[in-house]
Design a protein around this ligand. Structure first.
Ligand code: AHR
Length: 512
């Protein structure tokens, strides 16, 4: 049995829980859009062709914001291909994913879908093959009320009211050699600055995300952010981070330590951003947008392989099956710890988007003409989106250590916590990284009176399975189950099974 004593104090708070931390990502890639969220002819499709079975799962997941339309896709995309009468929209080659884009689904369809799903839109502009003028025009088309050619075109296309899109990404992963229109940091910094200025002439209220490194393993990581921000600091509000992890060579211990790596990545970007702020004598703070994160078994997948130079083979097809990773119990625990890391840094990471939403490295799988279901990684996201409310609490952890090859000793128990003053509810999100040992957890609740357990649930290895168990089209063995928890001598206590992720909710007395 391993042990953990976790201490929180009502006075030690990190900041508000940013609702945009529970974001997702809808890219025109593989089957995320086509046969994912959109499939006319599917038994559950509504009049617009949106799959209502998927929509229900998206709503239950609690997604707050969705990035669209890419990803690598956006760097070769012309948004004007996706508006107007569907029958007149062009079929195009999508060079990012070696696919045929029919443009049946475009901006208006996404806006309609997002309204139904109750998610905010985070719209990316193409700064790869296109640039300042196209970005400016898209803001005008989307957000200007009317009386100009572009805004009147939107109205003629059926949207009388402006879309009012607040959040915009200035391109995608332009530091990466694989990206169409790849640039160096000086080129990108100047372009981001000019695009931002132009977009804000149309709508000064928008918030802008500049492209950071597409991974902290990139050779230019750090210098890219520094150089780019020297050009664009005053014009942008956020810098993006992207990170994908996978279990390699059976090293589950290191994989389960992913959150430690993520903490370091986030803190490095915060330092770099703040160094530019200090040197440039800027008053405002630039925050972080972790707009792609997840587990992704990309080892066998080519798009980052330099030797292949992003040349994909085979015929051009509509919405081919791409990176439809099937997630197991270990992946779900890792995703839980990634969410903990994001939440613990919620004072600086103000936006985060799990990549992606449906079918493509996604919490939801949907078969064409068939069912849709929750992958294992769905559950930590859904529970945190539902229960992380109010203020983020600082957590002090004294836990048994697990030795890992990559990160040295890591805490056997990982945690994040929130307190909602309005409802008087504390929420603890807990992971036991131990593969074979249960973990006895005690929680000291300083400054909170009369604690009472409201409920506890856990996701772990099912009786009939092992740590590789996944949910499939005909079996969903991995989900949330009730967990015992109690309060004794003012300490909350529970025992986490080996390899598990849990949520523990506690009611406390209202402030006097
Ligand atoms: O999410 C899949 C891809 O990963 C995105 O298109 C790209 O931005 C990243 O490399």
């Amino acid at each position: 049995m391993s042990h953990a004593l976790i201490t929180v104090d009502k006075a030690f708070q990190i900041g508000d829980v940013p609702r945009r931390l529970f974001g997702s990502f809808v890219e025109h890639m593989g089957r995320c859009v086509y046969t994912g969220i959109y499939e006319p002819g599917h038994p559950s499709a509504d009049a617009q062709g949106f799959r209502t079975d998927v929509l229900r799962l998206v709503k239950d997941l609690g997604v707050s914001v969705a990035r669209y339309p890419g990803g690598n896709f956006v760097s070769g995309y012309d948004w004007q291909d996706g508006i107007g009468p569907v029958a007149e929209r062009p079929r195009r080659l999508d060079s990012a994913w070696h696919a045929i884009e029919t443009n049946e689904f475009g901006l208006h369809e996404f806006v309609d879908w997002a309204r139904l799903a109750d998610v905010e839109i985070m719209q990316a502009v193409n700064l790869g093959t296109r640039g300042v003028d196209e970005a400016r025009k898209l803001v005008e088309y989307a957000n200007h009320p009317g009386g100009t050619e572009l805004s009147d075109l939107r109205r003629a296309n059926g949207a009388e009211d402006p879309f009012g899109i607040k959040l915009w990404c200035l391109g995608n992963e332009l530091d990466g050699w694989w990206q169409l229109g790849h640039k160096n940091a000086d080129e990108y910094g100047r372009l981001a600055r000019e695009a931002a200025k132009a977009m804000r002439t149309v709508d000064p209220t928008i918030e802008l995300v500049a492209v950071g490194s597409s991974g902290h393993g990139m050779p230019t990581f750090g210098t890219w952010e520094h150089t780019m921000l020297q050009h664009a600091y005053d014009q942008v509000d956020y810098v993006s981070l992207h990170a994908y992890y996978e279990e390699r060579d059976g090293d589950a211990e290191s994989f389960l330590g992913t959150g430690v790596d993520l903490d370091g990545f986030i803190e490095s970007v915060v330092s770099t951003v703040d160094a530019v702020r200090a040197a440039g004598k800027h008053r405002k703070r630039v925050h972080l947008s972790f707009d792609e994160w997840n587990v992704w078994y990309m080892r066998d997948q080519e798009h980052r392989d330099d030797s292949e130079a992003n040349v994909q083979k085979g015929p051009w097809r509509e919405h081919p099956r791409l990176i439809e990773d099937v997630y197991n119990v270990t992946d779900a625990v890792v995703v839980g710890t990634m969410l903990h890391s994001l939440l613990r840094h919620g004072d600086r990471v103000r936006i985060a988007n799990q990549a992606q939403l449906v079918n493509v490295i996604a919490p939801i799988l949907a078969e064409p003409d068939g069912p849709a279901w929750e992958q294992t990684i769905y559950w930590p996201f859904a529970r945190m989106a539902a229960h992380a409310r109010g203020r983020i609490l600082r957590t002090a952890v004294d836990a048994t250590q697990i030795e890992t090859k990559k990160y040295g000793g890591v805490d056997a128990v990982d945690v994040s916590a929130t307190f909602d003053e309005e409802t008087g509810e504390l929420a603890f999100f807990l992971a036991n990284r131990g593969l074979g040992e249960p973990a006895e957890v005690s929680l000291a609740l300083n400054g909170f009176d009369d604690p009472r357990v409201l409920g506890a649930e856990v996701l772990t290895v099912p009786e009939s399975g092992d740590r590789f168990t996944a949910n499939t089209i005909d079996r969903r063995d991995v989900g949330m189950r009730p967990l015992d928890a109690d309060i004794e001598d003012g300490l909350a206590r529970t025992v986490l099974p080996p390899l598990s992720w849990a949520v523990l909710r506690i009611a406390v007395a209202p402030a006097r």
